[in-house]
Design a protein around this ligand. Structure first.
Ligand SMILES: Cc1cc2nc3c(=O)[nH]c(=O)nc-3n(C[C@H](O)[C@H](O)[C@H](O)COP(=O)(O)OP(=O)(O)OC[C@H]3O[C@@H](n4cnc5c(N)ncnc54)[C@H](O)[C@@H]3O)c2cc1C
Length: 377
């Protein structure tokens, strides 16, 4: 008997799993569980348009609440899954409710990495409440200190600078977005931020923070009206680990996104999966990865087994630049720039041993789409 599908986590991956199950014609029971109290929403605007004040809370929602009722998706909010019983095939919620499943999908995402704090906590950016809190605080602030020179820190910096705040970015690495882009793009974005008046300090690992200060390795303290920290995330694997599922850099899966228990799948930020573009296991934090994992798993559960096999792609928006990255940034030995970087529209093609590895396009969406095709294995 089919007891239905329970999806733990109603973020990008969990929501898309439920949607794709119905799109694939799956007619069984679907329960979509989340520990946040909001209708499923998109996170990318939290450090971009929503923080800048140009998007509303409603515009972040993937679908209105009625959609879930119409699709017979049992949306259970503010009620975390606290335990899995793999023998009985049940999941227990904090409320005491127990749900049976034939297939279980873990889409638990990730939580922010924190810095040691010397007082009241600084802002972090993962949830709607985080972004809303920072947005409200920024309204009455003159300055922002962003710790972390990855996507989140830089997007928050650009959003605050666009509102006229004095902004400083402190990064531990030697270049901007160092894990995700080429040195050429790092340098171009640094020049753009500096042109907009953002002060950038690299190679500086902040030791401790508070809501209004950061302590540097040399013992000096920087102060600001608001401090936001974006130094990476940690996958939510505790539920899976407690149930005895194999864990590596995330919840371990095969290329069908099946965990070490074949009735349980893991998708999105929490899943460490074999990725042909990474040349091995990868845990990827992106909308593309979450949505495409979900589509593959939904097809498999609906009886059309689908292996995950997609070109990874990412984007970021900072000031006037939309950067789209196709492929995974790896070390390369040849860089070809097409277009004029001074015009703000160009692409960087990165090669290793004569083979195209990843392509970065600034304000060139057509080049990005073409690059995704070029990179297909
Ligand atoms: C500020 C910000 C900006 C971003 N910008 C971009 C971007 O520009 N481009 C891009 O590609 N990606 C971006 N990302 C990353 C992207 O949003 C994530 O990769 C994506 O949300 C991953 O989806 P997910 O469903 O795996 O995880 P999540 O979206 O984290 O969802 C997981 C959900 O599971 C819930 N949960 C966890 N444990 C339990 C439990 N035990 N019981 C019930 N519920 C549970 C969590 O509360 C959460 O709601 C951004 C992320 C953030 C935070």
């Amino acid at each position: 008997m089919d007891c239905g599908v329970v999806i733990v986590g109603a973020g990008q991956a969990g929501f898309q799993t439920a949607l794709s199950l119905r799109n694939e014609g799956y007619a069984g029971k679907i329960a979509l569980i989340d520990d946040e109290g909001r209708v499923p929403y998109a996170r990318p605007p939290l450090s971009k348009a929503y923080l800048k004040g140009t998007a509303t809370a409603e515009s972040l929602e993937y679908r209105p609440a009625e959609f879930f009722v119409q699709q017979a998706i049992d949306l259970v909010l503010d009620n975390p899954a606290v335990a899995l019983d793999r023998e009985k095939r049940t999941v227990a919620l904090r409320s005491g409710r127990e749900l049976e499943w034939s297939s279980l999908v873990l889409a638990t995402g990730a939580h922010v990495r924190r810095l040691p704090s010397t007082g009241p906590e600084p802002f972090y950016l993962r949830t709607f409440a985080d972004s809303d809190g920072l947005r409200n605080h920024l309204a009455g602030a003159d300055s922002l200190l962003a710790i972390g020179c990855g996507f989140i820190g830089l997007e928050a910096a650009a959003a605050a600078r666009a509102q006229g705040k004095r902004v400083r970015v402190i990064g531990a690495e030697g270049r901007l977005m160092g894990r995700a882009v080429s040195p050429f793009i790092s340098a171009w974005f640094q020049a753009m931020h500096e042109k907009h008046g953002v002060e950038i300090r690299l190679n500086t690992a902040v030791r401790r923070v508070s809501e209004s200060s950061a302590e540097l390795p040399d013992g000096t303290t920087l102060a600001a009206d608001a401090v936001v920290v974006g130094i990476g995330v940690i996958p939510n694997t505790a539920l899976a680990a407690a149930a005895g599922l194999a864990i590596s850099a995330g919840i371990l899966t095969d290329s069908w996104l099946k965990t070490s228990d074949p009735a349980i799948f893991a998708v999105g930020d929490c899943a460490a999966h074999p990725n042909v573009y990474a040349g091995g296991l990868a845990r990827i934090e992106s909308v593309q990865n979450a949505a495409d994992h979900a589509r593959a798993v939904a097809a498999t559960i609906a009886g059309k087994p689908k292996e995950y096999h997609q070109v990874p792609w990412f984007w970021t928006e900072q000031f006037e630049a939309k950067l789209q990255i196709a492929g995974l940034a790896v070390e390369t030995d040849e860089t070809e720039v097409r277009g004029d970087p001074d015009s703000g529209k160009f692409s960087v093609y990165n090669y290793k041993d004569g083979k195209l590895k990843f392509v970065e396009s600034v304000n060139q969406p057509a080049a990005h789409i073409a690059a995704r095709k070029l990179l297909e294995i």
